[in-house]
Design a protein around this ligand. Structure first.
Ligand SMILES: [Zn+2]
Ligand SMILES: [Zn+2]
Length: 288
């Protein structure tokens, strides 16, 4: 008998989710999942809490992180790092670099909003972040609360989303550097939601994934809430063809993404074997 399903992609309050790391773990148990990886953006601040709760609850757990790497507009390239050691000095450097990149961007967003007559301050944003990574969803929540917009979506469309007047990109790592840092931190790197690369065709996608594999990419996220059935099938075949691991997850953010539930990705569940294969790859990577 095979063990129940898993989720290898989710966010907590350590980045832009709405549930605390331990709450995400408890929800995974409630949902009947057998394994979980927490993959907050640019930080491992939630890992210790989640790992402790998982061990109490008897849930298999892998520490993770999600890193936004450089990629030409309009696509985005996110890398998942699994099995990283949260105390590793390379990882501490990595998260400090990522958070600095984000923090350089934030004052520019606030200055632009003020210039547009939207009264919001860095202090309010920091308070909203409660000491965690400052992300745009928190800023959008402030704009909604203050009545500048009627929804989070409108805040992105009108002010802070890509292409809107107060949008500024954060400084990003190159994909090569991001993969290197994940490897140096004892983890393996996986390409998150390849659909978001917005490749023009399958040949382009395959070329990009091959280039990443040459940089030591270990797998691709086959199942994700943004992937429909045909996409899942295509990525599954691609992973087989290129000898890459397959991973999957919901990209759960709590109530910041209300249509996404933990353990379910666009109606699909992630098989347990993918967790076992990933954990083996992590163990092998730690030895190499
Ligand atoms: Zn992502
Ligand atoms: Zn994510």
């Amino acid at each position: 008998m095979s063990l129940p399903f898993i989720d290898l992609h989710c966010h907590s309050t350590a980045s832009d989710g709405t549930l605390a790391p331990a709450e995400v773990v408890r929800l995974a148990v409630d949902r009947g999942l057998s394994a979980l990886a927490l993959t907050d953006h640019d930080t491992v601040a939630g890992i210790a809490e989640a790992a402790a709760e998982a061990s109490r609850a008897g849930l298999d757990f892998l520490p993770g992180i999600e890193i936004s790497a450089e990629f030409p507009h309009p696509g985005t390239l996110h890398l998942l790092g699994y099995g990283i050691d949260a105390d590793n000095p390379s990882l501490k450097n990595l998260t400090a670099t990522l958070i600095a990149g984000r923090n350089n961007r934030n004052p520019r967003i606030i200055a632009k909003l003020n210039e547009m007559g939207v009264h919001v301050s860095m202090k309010e944003w920091e308070d909203e972040a409660h000491g965690e990574v400052m992300g745009r969803p928190q800023l959008a929540a402030i704009l909604e609360r203050k009545g500048y917009v009627s929804s989070i979506k409108q805040a992105f469309d009108k002010y802070i989303g890509h292409g809107a007047p107060a949008y500024f990109d954060k400084e990003r790592l190159s994909p090569k550097r991001a993969i290197e840092l994940v490897r140096q931190s004892g983890g393996v790197a996986v390409l998150a939601h390849p659909i978001q690369l917005r490749c023009q065709n399958d040949a382009q996608l395959e070329r990009i994934v091959k280039d990443l594999r040459d940089l030591d990419l270990a797998g691709i996220e086959v199942i994700h809430s943004d992937h429909d059935a045909a996409t899942v099938e295509k990525y599954d075949a691609l992973a087989d063809r290129l000898g890459l691991l397959k991973t999957g997850g919901s990209d759960f953010h709590g109530s910041n993404k209300q249509d996404v539930d933990l353990g379910v990705a666009n109606g699909r569940r992630v098989p347990r074997q993918w967790f076992d294969a990933l954990r083996e790859a992590v163990a092998a990577a730690a030895k190499s």
